[in-house]
Design a protein around this ligand. Structure first.
Ligand SMILES: [Zn+2]
Length: 328
């Protein structure tokens, strides 16, 4: 059970238990590659696909070369290994060719493994790093990482060491939000609904900073999908630079494929933000544990949500992530 909810509680787990990070036509034809630029990898005809997964963690059992952060042990890595090559076995058959990697909590602020994998597969990966908001010069670090394919930074209340009501009040976050606007790098927020009011304040103060809310703000992570939480998430759509990741289905609501109990939540979020500000994510490897499969996650967006048009599906499964993460 721990691993099923892993990513959603990664922040608290850090300390608590080391167990664990256009103008399109509205037609109804099947999804096609509508002239969207594909990666060189795909152009060469190598395995891949046109969809983009906005959220995957990779790690290696080679803890000698890539040491774990203090407080983490090799046994905490469940599964023991999830390398890019292992990921490709899941995502390529489902038509996913490009991925935004998310720095894994095991590695703390050492983004080396993720950066090395981006360098190894530059046509496939970009990344979301974790840096210390209380570090000496987070803005300089953000700029340095921009040159290595880092498009976003994961932030969460646990890192700030402040109460949830003022989790973004530290000086470091001011620097990070300002640098995010300058570099077009997003603040990727691993948060629950209780962190939204403070995020709303920062979005008002830094309206040009791209912000991404992970995992539908973890609404339904404890089971019930509360209308008040959905309203709070949807209200944040008034800030035009806020995007939402629609995924981690294995961990929300009934937590059971085909995940259609999440349809009303997703419908409201897509209506509030518009499909061009919503991007699908799997949250692998956690989406491929137990009975959960990669294809089931793709299929909820690709085939099941009746309220989505063919164009909406294209935005969620590719174009939103493409325009933010893979813009040339
Ligand atoms: Zn995750």
């Amino acid at each position: 059970m721990v691993r099923r909810i892993h990513s959603l509680v990664a922040a608290s787990l850090l300390v608590a238990i080391a167990a664990f990070a256009s103008g399109l036509r509205g037609d109804s034809k099947p999804l096609r590659d509508g002239g969207i630029v594909v990666s060189k990898n795909q152009a060469k005809g190598e395995p891949g696909g046109k969809y983009i997964d906005a959220h995957v963690h990779v790690w290696t059992p080679d803890t000698k070369r890539y040491p774990l952060a203090p407080g983490f042990k090799a046994e905490d890595m469940r599964p023991a290994s999830f390398t890019p090559e292992e990921l490709f076995k899941h995502c390529r058959p489902a038509g996913v060719g490009r991925i935004n990697l998310i720095q894994m909590s095991f590695y703390g602020f050492d983004n080396s493994y993720m950066l090395d994998m981006i360098a190894k597969y530059p046509d496939v990966f970009v990344g979301t790093a974790v840096i210390d908001p209380q570090g000496k010069d987070p803005a300089a670090e953000m700029k340095r990482l921009a040159g290595k394919g880092v498009r976003a930074f994961r932030i969460h209340p646990r890192l700030s060491k402040e109460p949830i009501a003022r989790w973004l009040q530290g000086e470091g976050y001011k620097k990070m939000f300002a640098a995010g606007a300058r570099n077009r790098q997003a603040m990727a927020c691993l948060i629950g609904p209780d962190a939204l009011p403070e995020l709303d304040r920062m979005c008002q103060e830094y309206p040009d900073t791209p912000v991404i809310i992970d995992h539908l703000a973890r609404i339904g992570a404890d089971g019930p999908i509360r209308a008040a939480d959905v309203d709070r998430l949807c209200a944040l759509a008034r800030h035009k630079k806020v995007l939402v990741k629609v995924g981690a289905f294995y961990a929300l609501g009934k937590k059971k494929a085909p995940y259609t109990d999440l349809a009303p939540l997703i419908k409201k979020v897509v209506a509030a933000y518009g499909p061009k500000r919503c991007m699908w994510e799997s949250d692998c490897p956690f989406q491929v544990q137990g009975d959960h499969t990669y294809q089931a996650s793709v299929d909820l967006v690709l085939r099941r949500l009746d309220f989505l048009s063919a164009d909406d599906r294209e935005w969620l499964l590719r174009k939103t992530a493409e325009s933010f993460f893979f813009a040339k």
